[in-house]
Each structure stands twice: as structure tokens, then as C-alpha cells.
Design a protein around this ligand. Structure first.
Ligand code: DHB
Ligand code: MG
Length: 647
């Protein structure tokens, strides 16, 4: 059976049709929806657009929108029919056979269903005579028809072969409607399917729809459940994206189109899972083969290494902090200005060169920056395949050779597969052979093995905080959810001394089902990818949080190395006392070491912070007690104020 056809409305992308068409084709779409304002503002004739689309192998799947066709005023309805005929002319010339008609938003919309069905049948008849058809869509803010069930009732009553419904996930899910009734619509009467996700928001639904939609996997709708209903109904037309989003309208066209196509692949894989889970016995191959499914990859087994670009300017400050955290300088690279720091099983590489040795040419605007997170896994190649299936570039990397910084990727096979998570930070999946290959590139200090201080205070990396430029937020979210199968937690906005930060944690469970093998907290920073890392924001954002089992012992040990706890005000501990009723003794001990506290129904959380190093980077040490699931976000404003004071 044929694969699902993918389509995208031109309104999703930035630029003019000259920019959009090639980007849509390059991203791998089969077709597109012609958004009328894009056509009206184009110098291309309908024939020219049709020819250009055909040259790129794209079909024109829908012409949209046609608004407010029905009317209680017969003369107005007659005029609307004339208007429709003009659009049929355009569609004939385009070779596009389906017109999207939205439910009316006007006061003169027909309120009687039988009358509305009659008018739609007249319109459908006119379309039919031209070999065209009408897909009727219930806008969530339609004056009379604003639910899919209502649109289907009217279409069913009209009973015309050239009239069907258009289902748009946004209009259905934004209202909190139950989508399971889609199963009751015959698949062949669903003429078109528009897919959009959106972040949870509490606002006027029209504003929400016109400005904040995003691609499947970027928002919080249950689109997999929605898609499973549509599949069950037997719909076999294209899956089309219709995203009105102000940020996408101003972002790189090719990049947005690539995200868009990836989002459909992700959604197909998710729907495929639902369909399989639902059906007993599992659906036959024909149903499954229609939907894309990604190969699974070897489990990730925790963060084992980190790399920080510090440049010559920030490497000393970083060196001081790492030393106080209990890391030791274990060696230097044979050819590059790279330092190897170690603590127990953890490795941190500080890149002190004037460019970055492994990353993009030129240093990011703000230093230090976390450029790499290394995770252990038995089969890195399986990640290369999985990433490729999701159209994400991943590659096996060589170690920086001795030839010079200009050819860092040449060198011995590394057993490392690199995936670009953000513009600054890659995820390096490190296979069993990677550690040895890696070490060979470094000159280890004598006595490195029997270091007298070789106690490991940290059990690993609890989580990593990344600053994400606003225009890359949705793209990163989709990549983490699709390729890495991470699950977002509820978003949280934190208001602090210098503004508001939008935060979102994503987690990927450990192979043993325990807490996160990979936990990331993303914070949205103003600015764009093109300014390399967004505008500077005062205060800490990017960070690495090390896990420990006894934060008081860890704090004492850090202090013995010269670490000075971040001064946390007494008011904070009084407030803790009021909220949690902790013992005075515990509060005093926490205050003494600059430790902050949080608790949820499953456990407790203790954490401490370093001052910021450079623009916004810091380290955190955390101790989770019981099943605490959060990240101590309640303390973010107190932490930030203390960091501002300390730097
Ligand atoms: O916002 C609108 O008007 C609009 C137009 C066409 C659509 O398909 C839609 O979902 C919304
Ligand atoms: Mg729509």
C-alpha cells in the first residue's frame, strides 16, 4: 500500500512562493496547500505556479481558504456563488481539485442546519460541474458551525458527492473536543486533513490559532490519538500541515520546512504505535506499511562526558571552578589547546582554543558554552540510522588528529556518533571503544591513575540546562521528542530579577526504567540562531547539574578545595521553614553551605550552585531523596539573585 502523502500549507513558511516551493520540495513533501494570500501576492499566473510545482514534483492538494459562503440573505448567497466560480476558474488553471470552505464567522451565517446543507449542496454542485470538490471545515470560532461533529452533520445532510469535511486538529483539540467521533465519519467523506499542534495556552482561540500553532511534536495536543481516530475512519488523503506561527513566518524557510517534514514523520511513527497498541490482532501489513516507523536505537546509559568551549579568555575561570568541584586536570591534548578534567567516571574537556576545535568555526557569542554532551551506549551506529530516518544529520566523528585544528574530524575511528541537538550543543553517543580512542589523543599526567584525591563525590550528571534561542525552540523540542524519544514535562515560566524565562524539562528514561538517563532543562532566551547563541541575558541559564548522594559531605569537600558557597539570604530559609516546617538545625546546615530545598509528594530535593562563569554558565550539585521528580524551579529566582550578587 502507498505511503502516507505529505503536504504543507504555504502559510507555514517564511518568504514568497519563490522561496517556499523549493523549500517544500527539498524537505521531502509530496504536495502543498495553496494559501490564497500567497497566490494573490505572487506575480506567477496560475499556470506558472502549476508548472513550477510540477517541475518540483509537487501536487497542489488544496486551495484555501474560501470564507463565509452561506448567508441568510439569498442575494448575498448568490453573490458568494459568483465569487466561488471565480475561484473555481483559478483552481482549474492550477489543476487543483479541492477547495477548502471554512464555516462562516459572520452574523448573517445560516443558523438552520437544513438550510445550510442546502446552500452547501448548491455550492458543491457548482464545483462538481467543474470537476472540483468542496472540503468544509468547522472553524473553532465559527458563528454557527464550530465543531467537527456539526460540520459532518451538515455535510451528511447535504448528501452531495462533491462535498466532504476537512478535519483540522487545531479546531478540534483547541476546544477540548472529544475526537473519537471522527471514527464515525466514513473515510471517503473526509476530503482533507490538516494537522497542527499548539502549546497549552489560555487565550482567545482565534488569536491562539493565528499566532501560536506549531508542528506536531512541538506542542501539547494529543495528536497521536487524533491521528489514530483519522486512520480508523479510513481516511487515505494527504496529511497536511497548516501552521500559523509568527516565529516561523520570520525564520529560515528551509529549516522550518525540514522541521515540518520531520514532524509528520514523528507523528506517523506515533500514530503507528497507537494503531498497533489498539488493534488485537495487530493490523495487517498494509495498514502498518502506510505509516512511517523509525528504527529503534540502543539504550542510552547516562552522561559520561561534557565539553565546554571557554576560549583563551574564560578557561582560567572554568579551571578554578572545576577544581573546586573536585575535578582534577588529568592531561592535555597532544595537538590542541584542550584540557582533560576528570572526576570519578566523569570527563570534562575544556576547549581553551581561540576557535572551537570540534564545533562550528568561530566561538559562540557567550562563553563558556556547553558544546557537547557525551552519553554511553552500546551501539552508536544504531543512532546514526535512527537519526537519518528522522531526517536529522548524525555522523560518526573522528578524534581531533595531530594535524591541526583545521582538520579536527580526520583522525582515528572514534566509535562516537554525533547528533546536533542545538546550534551550540551536540549529543555524542559514545560506544564501548570511544574511551580508549579518546584517551590516546591526550597526554595524561604522570600519577594520574593513583591520584590521592580519587574519591568520587558525584554519581553522575543529574541534568543539563541549555539556553535555546527563541526562534529555535520548537525545532529543538521536536528533535528531542522524535529522534531521542524524550518526553516533555509541564512547562514552567519563571519570573526572576531580570525578566521572565520560559522553561521546559525533557526526560528520557533510563534502560532499567529508573529516573532519567538523560534529563535536559531548556530555557528560552531572546534572539535568534543567526546571532549564534541569542542575545545575552544577565544571570545563569546554561548549566550542568551533578548528582550526589550526600550533598552536605559534598559541600564540605568542595569547601575544603576553596569553594565558597553562594550566599543565600536568611529570608529564604525563613520562608522554607514556613512552607515545609523543616528543623532549625537542618535549615542552619543548609544556609551554611548555600543549599536550597524543594519537595514534592514523592520526595525531597537539595541543591547548591556555583556563581556564574562568564555570561551565563554555572554548575549545580543536586541530591534527590526518594522519588522527587522536579528540578527545584521554585528556587530559580533566589538562585539567580544570589548569582547576580556574587558576580
Ligand atoms: O484562521 C483562519 O481563518 C483559518 C483559515 C483556514 C483554515 O484552514 C484554518 O484552520 C483557519
Ligand atoms: Mg484549517
Amino acid at each position: 500500500m502507498d505511503r502516507v502523502r505529505t503536504s504543507i500549507a504555504t502559510v507555514c513558511l517564511s518568504g514568497t512562493l519563490e522561496d517556499k516551493l523549493p523549500a517544500i520540495a527539498a524537505a521531502g513533501f509530496d504536495g502543498l496547500e495553496v494559501f490564497e494570500p500567497d497566490f494573490v501576492s505572487s506575480p506567477w499566473s496560475a499556470e506558472e505556479l502549476a508548472r513550477r510545482a510540477a517541475d518540483l514534483g509537487l501536487s497542489l492538494d488544496l486551495y484555501q481558504p474560501f470564507r463565509d459562503v452561506d448567508s441568510v440573505d439569498p442575494e448575498e448567497f448568490a453573490r458568494n456563488l459568483v465569487r466561488a466560480e471565480r475561484k473555481f476558474d483559478v483552481m482549474e488553471r492550477l489543476g487543483c481539485d479541492t477547495l477548502l470552505v471554512c464555516s462562516s464567522t459572520l452574523p448573517q451565517a445560516v443558523r438552520a442546519d437544513d438550510r445550510l446543507a442546502e446552500q452547501l449542496a448548491v455550492l458543491a454542485d457548482a464545483a462538481h460541474r467543474r470537476g472540483l470538490r468542496i472540503a468544509y471545515e468547522a472553524l473553532a470560532w465559527g458563528a454557527h458551525v464550530n465543531t467537527y461533529r456539526h460540520s459532518w452533520r451538515v455535510v451528511e445532510a447535504a448528501d452531495h458527492p462533491a462535498l466532504g469535511v476537512c478535519l483540522d486538529s487545531f479546531h478540534i483539540l483547541s476546544r477540548g473536543d472529544d475526537p473519537s467521533g471522527i471514527r464515525d465519519i466514513p473515510g471517503e467523506k473526509i476530503f482533507f486533513l490538516q494537522l497542527a499542534d499548539a502549546p497549552a495556552m489560555s487565550m482567545d482561540v482565534l488569536q491562539w490559532s493565528r499566532h501560536y500553532r506549531n508542528f506536531p511534536g512541538q506542542g501539547s495536543f494529543d495528536l497521536a490519538g487524533f491521528g489514530a481516530h483519522v486512520e480508523a475512519a479510513g481516511y487515505r488523503g494527504p496529511w497536511s500541515l497548516e501552521i500559523f506561527n509568527d516565529t516561523f513566518r520570520g525564520s529560515d524557510t528551509g529549516r522550518t520546512a525540514a522541521d515540518a517534514h520531520r514532524s509528520l514523520r514523528y507523528l506517523e511513527a506515533e500514530v503507528s504505535r497507537r494503531v498497533r497498541a489498539e488493534a488485537a490482532p495487530p493490523p495487517r501489513d498494509d495498514r502498518r506499511a502506510r505509516l512511517f516507523d523509525a528504527p529503534s536505537a540502543s539504550p542510552l546509559e547516562g552522561v559520561v562526558s561534557l565539553r565546554l568551549a571557554a576560549g583563551p579568555g574564560k578557561s582560567d575561570a572554568l579551571r578554578t571552578v572545576l577544581g573546586r568541584l573536585g575535578f582534577r586536570l588529568a592531561g592535555v591534548h597532544r595537538a590542541h589547546d584542550l584540557q582533560l578534567w576528570r572526576h570519578g567516571g566523569l570527563t570534562v574537556v575544556v576547549d581553551a582554543s581561540a576557535g572551537t576545535v570540534w564545533t562550528a568555526p568561530g566561538l559562540p557569542a557567550h562563553l563558556p558554552v556547553l558544546t557537547q554532551i557525551g552519553v554511553r551506549s552500546s551501539d552508536p551506529e544504531s543512532w546514526e540510522e535512527r537519526a537519518r530516518a528522522f531526517e536529522v544529520r548524525a555522523r560518526e566523528v573522528g578524534l581531533p588528529g595531530a594535524e591541526g585544528a583545521s582538520t579536527p574530524e580526520r583522525g582515528s575511528a572514534s566509535d562516537v556518533v554525533r547528533l546536533d541537538m542545538t546550534d551550540a550543543t551536540s549529543l555524542d553517543v559514545r560506544g564501548p571503544a570511544s574511551a580508549a580512542a579518546w584517551e590516546a589523543a591526550f597526554e595524561l599526567y604522570p600519577g594520574e591513575r593513583g591520584w590521592e584525591d580519587d574519591v568520587s563525590l558525584f554519581t553522575g550528571v543529574d541534568h543539563v540546562g541549555l539556553a535555546i534561542p527563541a526562534d529555535n525552540w520548537d525545532g529543538v523540542m521536536l528533535l528531542l521528542r522524535s529522534v531521542l524519544a524524550m518526553t516533555p514535562r509541564e512547562g514552567l515560566d519563571v519570573t526572576d530579577a531580570v525578566g521572565m524565562l520560559r522553561n521546559r524539562a525533557l526526560e528520557r528514561p533510563a534502560p532499567d526504567g529508573g529516573p532519567g538517563a538523560l534529563r535536559l532543562t531548556l530555557s528560552m532566551v531572546p534572539g535568534s540562531v543567526s546571532s549564534h547563541l541569542g542575545a545575552a541575558r544577565r544571570g545563569g541559564i546554561g548549566h550542568v547539574a551533578f548528582a550526589c548522594t550526600d550533598i552536605f559531605t559534598t559541600a564540605a569537600s568542595m569547601r575544603a578545595r576553596g569553594f565558597e558557597p553562594l550566599p543565600i539570604p536568611a529570608n529564604y530559609y525563613d520562608d522554607l521553614d514556613a512552607r515545609f516546617g523543616l528543623s532549625r538545625e537542618l535549615l542552619d546546615r543548609m544556609a551554611d553551605s548555600g543549599i536550597l530545598y524543594d519537595a514534592d509528594s514523592d520526595g525531597e530535593f537539595f541543591h547548591l550552585f556555583t556563581p556564574t562563569v562568564g555570561a551565563d554558565f554555572f554548575f549545580e550539585v543536586v541530591q534527590r531523596v526518594g522519588g522527587y521528580r522536579g528540578y527545584g524551579d521554585a528556587n530559580a529566582a533566589v538562585r539567580l539573585a544570589a548569582q547576580l550578587r556574587a558576580t
